[in-house]
Design a protein around this ligand. Structure first.
Ligand code: GDP
Ligand code: MG
Length: 310
């Protein structure tokens, strides 16, 4: 377990190289470049955090908190701020322990998010993880908007030894979910994973579609544990944050999956999401294969960013 954790940390460190170059090298240069902790120092720091996609509100809160810590601890040297900054970021990201209850109960996981963010891929990866835990998994192809979406999910179902319930192109997503619930019940599935289309350009349609799906799940599968994961593309920075807000307006969200964290410089968005939305990032996607999904821990994330392994 300790070995596994170490391996995870190493991969996280290398995956966050560009984000680190983007944020931490700038921070280090001001910590070493400034001789006083003054307004200019805080302004520079603020700019780096905002440019690093930590989000405006989270940045303001981090700076305020840092100022307080500097005062209380009578800090005079900029370099001495670093540990306090790291603590402030961790505190802003605190949303309590992320729960993975759906892995241990009979459950249904609704996966939402706009087109192209990585929903189908994430479902495939999750199905693979669950198979490795000897779970029986059923996939619902409720993205009936594009024919290719069903085909793509079929390939993932094959890779992950999961059953797939689909519908014809253009058919009602809620009826696919209805069929999938029936299949999950009769096959005694542990987890039902539901892929959706998520067309955000029409908020009213999206709301209606999700409401119908939720209604089917509540009515037909009331004893299943519910999880709703929003998938966000980590390379899109602040856009990801605004997408999450839009979806949060129309449905309850229990967790975030941040994809494409391999090689992006915008990984700071993980801070903004937890600090500003209060929703835990539960997984990060770090590549396109079935093994490229990792559970997310914000303390590890900040440590990996600042290379301060504990
Ligand atoms: N590099 C990388 N690519 C990803 C990741 N997750 C998904 N993708 C790619 O993103 C593209 C869109 O993914 P898809 O699952 O079809 O998105 P969907 O439209 O939301 O279902 C595909 O080419 C995936 O291979 C990730 O974590 N890292
Ligand atoms: Mg898809």
């Amino acid at each position: 377990m300790a070995e596994e954790k170490k391996g995870f940390f190493k991969r996280l460190v290398s995956g966050l190289t560009k984000t680190r170059d983007n944020i931490v090298s700038g921070i280090d240069s001001i910590f070493h470049g400034f001789s006083n902790i003054d307004d200019d120092f805080y302004e520079e720091l603020e700019e780096i955090l905002i440019m690093g996609d930590l989000g405006v509100h989270a940045t303001m809160d981090i700076i305020e908190d840092l100022k307080k810590k500097v005062r209380e601890n009578h800090i005079k040297e900029p370099v001495e701020c670093k540990q306090f900054l790291i603590e402030s970021i961790k505190e802003q990201m605190d949303v309590g322990e992320a729960a993975y209850e759906f892995e241990h109960q009979k459950s249904v996981v609704l996966v939402i998010g706009v087109n192209g963010v990585g929903k189908t891929t994430t479902i495939g990866k999750l199905a693979g993880k669950l198979r490795d835990q000897n779970k029986k998994v059923v996939l619902a192809a409720a993205d009936t908007f594009r024919a290719a979406a069903g085909e793509q999910l079929k390939e993932w179902a094959h890779r992950a030894d999961a059953d797939l319930i689909g519908g014809q192109e253009g058919s009602d997503p809620a009826s696919v979910v209805y069929d999938a619930v029936a299949a999950a019940k009769s096959r005694k599935a542990d987890v039902l994973l539901v892929d959706t289309a998520g067309r955000l350009h029409n908020k009213k349609n999206l709301m209606e579609e999700l409401r119908k799906i939720n209604r089917v799940l509540e009515r037909e599968y009331p004893d299943a544990y519910r999880e709703t994961l929003i998938v966000l593309d980590g390379t899109t920075g602040q856009n990801a944050l605004s997408q999450a807000r839009e979806f949060k307006d129309v449905t309850d969200i229990s967790g975030v999956v941040l994809t494409k964290m391999d090689g992006t410089a915008k990984g700071g968005i993980a801070v903004a999401i937890q600090a500003e939305l209060g929703i835990p990032v539960k997984y990060i996607g770090v590549g396109e294969t079935i093994d490229d999904l990792q559970k997310f821990n914000s303390d590890d994330f900040v440590n990996a960013l600042f290379l301060t392994e504990e």
